[in-house]
Design a protein around this ligand. Structure first.
Ligand code: GLU
Length: 548
């Protein structure tokens, strides 16, 4: 068979050669050791935490080594495309601090190694398919769906390994005239890779995360070009990552099983391999067991979950680092103030057996991160969140800026800053009692306080309430009121002689707290009143009495 002639009749319009592309896309001029990584999402519109995890590894590997991190859109499957998905991927990753140096951007493409959308690279892929055909390493296959199905059924009944390979590969040895005839008759065809692999032989490869792997050689004649002239993932990956000069392919472990195909293709094309880094899936603790985070059951898998609740991107980044590298937390303890970019991420320290994602831990980290953010910045962050997700709160935030700044400042400074703010939605909920429109009565008055004491406590308190009192004066008035009404002025007095009192000063101030805020626990009561101002305070007590 004259393979050259075959390649010409299959791809008459392809005039460029592999050498031409080597010239168009030369090796990158980067410092020694610089890594080139990429994110290759399909534009399906759903980008999840697993993608962010991988993207974060890509970004760090590239940027900590002075390399390049680029975005390639893998849109060879047009059934799965969703309008606006690319924009949402870019924006979402940007929110979490991940910005690409190169590739598809919001305004066109950037970089010398494009096009960066696979759908625009048909000619490039076809050039390499043509070359493989000319070397006798790929061939057209005219088998119909029905024929393939029939073959599968036979393989099944004979208990043979399923697939298109060896003696089952009907089109592998078609003669030139048959092929030419088929082409003249416009019989649809795909192009298959002609495998010379031996299923009984293993090859060794070092995965950046998993270390040395031993895998069986590929022996299947996999499809590399579909009937529409668009490549399969396998082929597009190999061509793109070679021509775009990717040094490290970080991708999900679901691709591990097709690694033998990719290695065989790299070899057939006579190219060196990138370093493969297969990440693990994110797991969630479920009772005593662990299971994969699922799109259907776990809303926290979606990145929108974190944005719509208003998690600070720094908290998510910080948390991701702790699950990416096992030595990160230790580093963080030793370097509490250092930007995480100074930590050196290594693929060897990544887990290869399932990564546990723990929302509680994220929340703990978020508390620490929020505690470090200045009041004004936190206010601006909340305003931005409201603008995107809770528009109705924007006027409220804007009109009450100075009050909000005071609220956010409460107990957050000093030696023991408060650390209970987690994300915007929760922070708003936590402070909502300041706003009449959102104030809700959540807690009852304490059970041990006689119902008939509520009004005397509130009225007694209002009688002496003076917003000009400092904290000490204010509290001594509450002690006096407690004593007058038969409550101990100090909890320890009550503890000593409980039979002598109805309760203690803490019960009295809890009544005041519930009347004022509708909840039993809150930051410092005196400070809250100072922020609310006399008018609002008096109004709240009036309403509390009306509610009784
Ligand atoms: N398009 C593939 C995916 O979305 C990319 C895999 C890779 O990174 O190579 O899973």
């Amino acid at each position: 068979m004259d393979y050259n002639k075959l390649s010409e009749i299959l791809f008459p319009n392809i005039t460029k050669t592999p050498e031409d592309y080597e010239e168009i896309y030369p090796p990158r001029n980067l410092p020694e050791g610089a890594k080139v990584t990429r994110l290759g999402p399909s534009p399906t519109g759903f980008i999840h935490l697993g993608n962010l995890y991988g993207a974060f590894v890509d970004e760090r590997l590239a940027h900590q080594s002075g390399g390049v991190f680029y975005l390639r859109i893998e849109d060879t499957d047009d059934k799965r495309q969703v309008e606006g998905a690319v924009e949402s991927i870019i924006e979402s990753l940007k929110y979490f601090g991940l910005e690409f140096d190169e590739g598809v951007t919001l305004d066109g493409e950037k970089g010398e190694y494009g096009p960066y959308r696979q759908s625009e690279r048909a000619e490039i892929y076809q050039c390499y398919v043509k070359w493989l055909v000319s070397k006798g390493l790929a061939y057209p296959c005219f088998c119909t769906e029905d024929q393939i199905q029939e073959m599968r059924n036979r393989q099944e009944s004979l208990k043979e390994t399923p697939g298109y390979y060896g003696k089952w590969a009907n089109c592998r040895e078609l003669d030139f005239d048959t092929i030419k005839n088929n082409l003249n008759n416009n019989v649809p065809f795909v192009i298959r890779f002609k495998s010379y692999g031996n299923p009984n032989k293993n090859f060794e490869i070092i995965d950046g995360i998993r270390g040395q792997l031993s895998m069986p050689e590929n022996f299947q004649d996999v499809i590399i070009l579909k009937q529409n002239g668009i490549p399969t993932y396998h082929f597009a990956h190999v061509i793109d990552d070679h021509l775009m000069r990717t040094t490290h392919v970080v991708r999900g472990e679901e691709w591990l099983s097709s690694l033998p195909i990719h290695v065989a293709l790299f070899e057939a094309l006579e190219w060196g391999l990138p370093v493969y880094c297969h990440t693990t899936v994110l797991m969630k603790a479920d009772g005593d067991t662990r299971r994969k985070l699922s799109k259907r059951h776990d809303p926290e898998l979606s990145l929108d979950y974190y944005r719509s609740l208003g998690y600070h991107p720094e908290a998510v980044r910080e948390y991701l680092m702790t699950i990416i590298n096992s030595n990160y937390e230790e580093w963080r303890l030793a370097n509490p103030e250092t930007p995480l970019e100074e930590f050196e991420l290594t693929t060897e320290k990544m887990s290869s057996s399932g990564t546990l994602f723990d929302l509680d831990k994220l929340n703990d980290i978020s508390k620490e991160v929020i505690a470090r953010i200045a009041d004004e910045e936190l206010y601006e962050f909340m305003l931005e969140w409201a603008t995107n997700y809770r528009e109705e709160l924007v006027p409220l935030f804007k009109e009450n800026k100075s009050m909000m700044l005071k609220i956010l400042a409460m107990d957050r400074h000093g030696d023991k800053p408060r650390k209970d703010l987690i994300y915007c939605e929760q922070i708003f909920d936590y402070i909502s009692y300041f706003f009449d429109e959102y104030y809700k009565v959540l807690d009852d008055y304490p059970e041990n306080v006689d119902k008939n004491d509520i009004v005397p406590i509130i009225n007694g308190y209002l009688e002496t309430y003076d917003p000009n009192d400092d904290q000490a004066e204010w509290f001594s008035k509450i002690r006096e009121l407690a004593t007058e009404l038969g409550y101990a002025a100090r909890p320890k007095d009550f503890k000593k002689n409980p039979e002598q009192y109805k309760g203690h000063v803490g019960d009295v101030s809890t009544v005041i707290r519930v009347a004022l805020m509708g909840r039993r626990s809150s930051p410092d009561l005196w400070e809250i009143q100072q922020i609310m101002g006399e008018e609002k305070v008096r109004d709240r007590f009036k309403k509390a009495i009306e509610r009784l």
